[in-house]
Structure formats: C-alpha cells, structure tokens
Write a protein that binds this ligand. Structure first.
Ligand SMILES: *Cc1c(COP(=O)(O)O)cnc(C)c1O
Length: 435
C-alpha cells in the first residue's frame, strides 16, 4: 500500500520553518529516499551480467540530483545540448551519457561526438545527417531506436500513444538496413534501444518489450553478423500516483526480463549483453513534492482553494488531467492510505487551483480533502519527476526554486526561485527608449 502523506519527510513545524526561509512555492526532494530507491533498482538488475540506468535528465534536470545519482552508478539520458552540458557538469561523461534525441540539430551531435557520448539515432536518415555533421567522421559505437509499431499490442498509453502513431524510432525493416549501413561505415560496436511505454504499472508490458527487443538483437546477429552489446529498454516504468495503486516490484521486473534473456539472448550467443534503462519517473518521482500555501478560498458553484503555485510550476494535471495526491501539512490523518475519508473527519470537496488565466490550472478537481484554512501548507505529491522541469513562464509566472533534504536532515537550496530580473534577462528595456 502507498502511504503517501506519511511518506512526506517533514513535519508541519519543520515545513513551516523552511517556508520562513524559502517562500512558497518550492520543490523539495528527499536525498535519502532517492538513494535508497536507486540502490533497490540497481540491486534488482544486478542479476544481469552488466547493467546501467541512464537517468532521464529531462525528468529532473538539476545537477545536484544528477551528481547524487552518478555517485550511485547512474549515467544520464539526454535529448538536448543543455542536458548534455548538465551531465558534463555533474561528472557524467563519455559512455555514461546516452544521447537519445529526435529531430536533432547538427551542433548537438557534434557536442555528443566530441564528448564520446553514446549516440542513439532516431531515424535511418540520421546516418548521412550525422556523418555530414561530423565532417565525414562517424562514431565507432552507434545505437538505434526501434519502433515496434503493430508488433507491440495491448496497453495504449495516454502519454506516449500507440507505437504506430508515435513519431519515434525506426521500423523493423529499417533497423536491418540501418545496421548494415553502419557496418559498412566502419562502426564496430552496436546498441539497440526502444521505448514504448510511459508511466506503465503493468510489468508484463516490460517483459513483452524485452522479448521484442531481444528477438530483434538475435535476428541482427543471425542476418547481419552484428553483435549488439547493449539493449536499452527506455523509460516508462510507472509510479503509483493514486492511493491504492501498488509500486512496481523491481525484482519482479528484473526476473521477468531475465526469463526472456535466458530464453533468447543466451542461446543466440549474445550473452553477456548489457541491460540498460533510461527511467526518470520511478527514480525521483515519488521523492519530490511541490509545497504551496493556501492563500484564497472562494465559494461559488464549487468550493475553491487558491494556492500560490500554479500550473506553471507543475503542468501534469492541467496538461494530461494527471492525478497528483494532495495533502495538507498537519492534517494528514484525515484521509487514509486508500484515499478514503476517516469516519467523522471534517472533509470538504475542493478544487485546488492556481492563479493562471487558464481554467485547467487545477491541482485537484472535486477532491475530498481535510478542511483547508487560509495559510495552510498544501503538499502536491509525486512531483519529483516531470515536475518543475515541465514548468513554464506563462502569465509571467516566475518559476519555483528547489530544495534538497540531505541525509543528515539539513536542507540545501539546489536552485533558487526565479526573480523578475531572470524573467526579463532576455529583453533589452534600454532599447525601448529610441524604439
Ligand atoms: C521521457 C523519456 C525517458 C524517461 O521516461 P520516464 O517515464 O520518466 O521513465 C526515457 N527515455 C526517453 C527517450 C524519454 O523520452
């Protein structure tokens, strides 16, 4: 069972004293919980001869977090030049960086190549594009992103869609052409990537994905004599956003994939094959929270609580209608672990809303919550991945800062809150004078 409000690592008093020093809204991350989780994840996959988790930088692009994860053995998965730079600054280098971009500009390929990062191509036409970008040179190690299309049936995913409709990756036929072409270009080392899920809690989905990828790796060896040295299963492991949902059992995921490994990879003579993931969400998602304060209430056709954060701080609810558990500091004994109201508790049905001029700016819609008083600290859970990172500046909202709760209980600011100066930094107001 999830114990969401109980998972939050700070008491109401601790949170209030933090909020005195760092005005709300802010994000806070729990280093101890992040470390314990990545250790569990890594241990589960240690049943394979070789394993690496390339943390999806886009999920939480903060170099302090990246450095923590790097110290636990993680690499970084990047999709842009600034993400590549973030890895470099965080001490993640060479083949610990996977560059899984799509529609990539030449200068980003050049940077990744210069740094010896693994380049994961999203299309067959990127072979000549990459070669041209590198003035005729080509990496010795290359990876391709495979889109299994109709091969991958079942779970249609609301975030990533059906593989056939997804813009990513090469078709199965193109994969053979692409590796043959790269072999001709002198490529010596090969990886194979796919990512066909997002926030998926059904772990048989990942067994199925592994089977499809392993079978392709075996066929590449048979048909082209190419030995794939790693398969990257992408990201997409889900987290239990909703009360009552169960967290994914990493050991079980590893065990299911190992079944396919023993059945396909070993007889194909591809053992040892390195197993890679590019998970973001399960690595930091449950261990980060958006902390905001109730500053208004209004009672019209519905009861509204207005908070000082907005959808510009956390886009998921507004963008996908995504559910995030919400709790109120000091009032966490009102809703039980399954999301049910404790009998006799004073609960209200609220829409918890931000200040954007957009009606989808709601953290919770028609949600049973403890009675919220103005000044209460409201905590939005599971915001440690795809949280602040997806934030934006619409309505000239200044973006929240980030705090790290260290293992020794101290708090370090790992990104300050944006100021108006930051927001205006790209505008030359002096130019207005003679405009
Ligand atoms: C978004 C993304 C990930 C991470 O996905 P999660 O759902 O956060 O695990 C990994 N790889 C690629 C290529 C992605 O686009």
């Amino acid at each position: 069972m999830t114990t969401k409000s109980k998972n939050f690592p700070l008491s109401k008093d601790q949170l209030e004293s933090l909020a005195k020093q760092y005005p709300t809204p802010f994000y806070v991350y729990d280093e101890k919980a992040i470390r314990e989780n990545i250790r569990r994840f890594t241990k589960a996959f240690s049943i394979f001869p070789d394993f690496c988790e390339y943390f999806a930088v886009k999920a939480l692009p903060n170099p302090y977090i990246l450095k923590i994860l790097a110290s636990e053995g993680c690499g970084g998965d990047c999709s842009s030049l600034p993400e590549l730079v973030l890895c470099e600054k965080s001490g993640i280098s060479k083949e610990k960086v996977m560059f899984t971009s799509n529609e990539t500009p030449a200068n980003e390929y050049q940077f990744a190549y210069k740094n010896g990062n693994i380049i994961n191509l999203d299309d067959i036409t990127h072979i000549p594009y990459l070669k041209e970008s590198l003035d005729g040179k080509f990496p010795e190690l290359i990876c391709f992103r495979f889109n299994p299309g109709p091969l991958k049936q079942g779970g249609t995913n609301s975030i990533i869609g059906k593989p056939e409709e997804a813009k990513y990756g090469l078709t199965r036929e193109q994969i053979f052409e692409a590796y043959a072409e790269c072999k001709k270009l002198g490529v010596k080392r090969f990886g194979l990537h796919t990512m066909v899920a997002s926030n998926e809690l059904n772990i048989t989905y990942f067994q199925e994905t592994a089977r499809i990828v392993f079978e392709l790796a075996a066929e590449l060896k048979e048909k082209l004599g190419i030995r794939i040295e790693f398969t990257d299963l992408g990201g997409g492991l889900g987290i239990p956003y909703k009360p009552g949902q169960e967290a994914v059992d990493y050991d079980e995921v590893a065990r299911l994939i190992k079944i396919e490994y023993d059945r396909i990879i070993v007889p194909a003579g591809l053992d040892p094959l390195k197993i890679c993931w590019e998970c973001g969400r399960p690595i930091t998602g449950p261990y980060g929270w958006l902390v905001t304060r109730a500053i208004h209430e209004k009672h019209i056709y519905r009861e509204y609580i207005g908070v000082d954060a907005s959808m510009a701080d956390l886009m998921r609810p507004g963008m996908y209608g995504a559910y995030h558990f919400v709790s109120v500091a000091g009032k966490d004994d009102v809703i039980d672990d399954d999301g049910n109201v404790v009998p006799g508790a004073d609960v209200h049905v609220y829409d918890v809303v931000g200040s954007l001029c957009e009606n989808c700016d709601k953290f919770a819609v028609q949600r049973q919550l403890p009675k919220i008083d103005i000044g209460d600290l409201v905590i939005v859970h599971d915001a440690g991945a795809h949280g602040r990172a997806m934030g934006f500046n619409y309505n000239a909202k200044l973006r929240a800062g980030e705090l790290l709760l260290r293992e020794d209980g101290t708090v370090k600011m790992i990104r300050r809150k944006e100021t108006m100066e930051d927001y205006f930094a790209t505008i030359d107001f002096d130019g207005l004078k003679d405009f």
